[in-house]
Design a protein around this ligand. Structure first.
Ligand code: ARG
Length: 457
């Protein structure tokens, strides 16, 4: 807008206009900007700083601007620096000079901080909803597969049998921590910065509590210099999003592995698979791969924001304008990722028969046999050595622990008796009946608890 350049003799260079403008992306803040301005105008009138008539005109004008933007009739002009200037300029066109009263007791510095906080508060709510959606899918899958046993892995080597439901609920827990982190981020975003002015506060008799109530903020910022230059809330959003994307990326990795011919634990639905332009037989897990790849993109946003902030002196610096695209990109990546993963998981088919085949391959009951010897009176360290030698014997003779005879067992320890045949993958799972363990009883409890959590937002 020309009036903010009155002290200059020249218009800005063409390149400078392009370089400094944020309108091409911060137009996304329009509804928050207008909401903030309406609240501000009402407050100015209530405090007698502007007349009621002026406030009404401003409010009507802003409502018109909002309508124009929503209908796609608003002309965004590239020479306007940002969404705040674009809205104000249009207000001038619509209601004339009265528009000039709106910016009383306000700076773009507290204005942009306000808009961004309002935006992120809504983004957090949407994110929380999407996390819950994925958690509910995991609960459903856990319930549908309560009796399926699969190999659990450490080092990606077969370790001990677990219930598939237990494995799925591990991801529920990760997402529950994500949920908590976003809720926490919301608390610190829920602070009104308006009334901080450019940096030092404002001279007019404003009512900041009124503004907070109008705009639905839980608190009013306590230091104007901090309020105009703080972007912790944006960093917290991206940081919680980074951890959440890391979790999705781990889900993705397992989906990719499990859908390979080597595992074949799952088959992805056609709607969530892609083909190859060259190899006609291919059914590729591109959705999962993109989720895994996009985690890197969100981490990049976090690094960019942290780096942008690290050298900034108080208070506002234009560097801060770089915050928006990083946050927008993060939200545009995370929310669709959560939704598409929910659909992908909901529609895939598990292959319990192939899990069973894998269970028979890796001496998965070795720990249970060691525990058996302990129950018969052996120390755990001795038991561990005995079973290790037994496994080595089985490997050399091309046998599994299940098809060794009792006599062969007894060559390694006389504690072995006929009841070793009672040790099965099912008994192994059932035996882990400790809080957080994989027994059916514990998993049943975990599902119940998960359902209670997912119902209570
Ligand atoms: N577009 C700016 C931003 O996003 C708004 C604030 C500009 N303030 C200023 N003093 N130049 O940060």
């Amino acid at each position: 807008m020309s009036h903010i350049r009155s002290r200059f003799d020249k218009p800005p260079d063409e390149l400078v206009i392009k370089y400094t403008s944020s309108l091409q992306y911060d137009w996304r803040l329009h509804s928050y900007d207008i909401r903030g301005s309406i609240a501000h105008a009402r407050m100015l009138a209530k405090q007698g700083i502007i007349s009621k008539d002026d406030a009404e005109q401003i409010e009507k004008g802003l409502a018109l601007v909002a309508e124009e933007i929503e209908k796609g009739e608003f002309r965004f002009k590239p020479e306007q620096e940002d969404i705040h200037m674009a809205v104000e300029a249009r207000l001038f066109e619509l209601i004339g000079d009265t528009a000039g009263k709106l910016h009383t007791g306000r700076s773009r510095n507290d204005q942009v901080a306000l808009d961004f906080r309002l935006y992120i508060k809504e983004a957090v709510s949407e994110t929380l909803g999407s996390i819950r959606m994925l958690q509910n899918t995991l609960i459903k899958l856990a319930e549908d597969n309560k009796t399926v046993v699969m190999p659990g892995y450490t080092h990606l080597q077969i370790a001990q049998p677990v219930l598939l439901a237990h494995h799925l609920l591990a991801y529920f827990e990760m997402l529950e921590r994500d949920y908590g982190r976003f809720k926490d981020c919301y608390k610190r975003t829920d602070v009104l910065p308006l009334g901080s002015g450019s940096l030092a506060g404002v001279t007019f008799n404003t009512d900041r509590q009124f503004l907070a109530d109008e705009l639905g903020f839980a608190e009013v910022s306590r230091n104007s210099m901090d309020a105009v230059s703080d972007r912790d809330f944006a960093i917290e959003y991206i940081s919680a999003a980074s951890i959440c994307m890391m979790h999705l990326s781990r889900v993705a990795e397992e989906i990719i592995l499990w859908s390979s011919a080597e595992f074949k634990f799952i088959e992805l639905d056609d709607a969530y698979s892609t083909g190859s332009s060259l190899m006609p037989q291919k059914k590729n897990p591109d959705v999962a791969e993109l989720g895994r790849g996009k985690a890197g993109r969100v981490y990049g946003n976090l690094m960019a924001m942290l780096t942008t902030m690290k050298g900034l002196p108080l208070t506002y610096n234009r560097d801060l304008q770089e915050d928006k695209e990083r946050v927008f990109d993060t939200i545009d990546t995370l929310v669709p990722s959560l939704k598409v993963f929910s659909g992908m998981l909901d529609t895939l088919k598990f292959k319990p028969k192939n899990m069973k085949i894998a269970l028979d391959r890796g001496f998965i009951l070795a720990t249970d046999l060691a525990d058996y010897l302990v129950c018969k009176g052996e120390t755990f360290r001795n038991a561990h050595g005995i079973i290790a030698r037994l496994v080595s014997y089985a490997v050399k003779n091309n046998k599994t622990l299940e098809n060794l005879s009792l006599d062969e067992y007894r060559q390694f320890s006389l504690f072995f008796e006929a009841d070793i045949k009672n040790i099965t993958v099912e008994s192994s799972v059932a035996a882990r009946d400790v809080t957080g363990g994989t027994s059916s009883k514990q998993v049943e409890k975990a599902i119940k608890r998960a359902k209670e959590i997912a119902c209570n937002s």
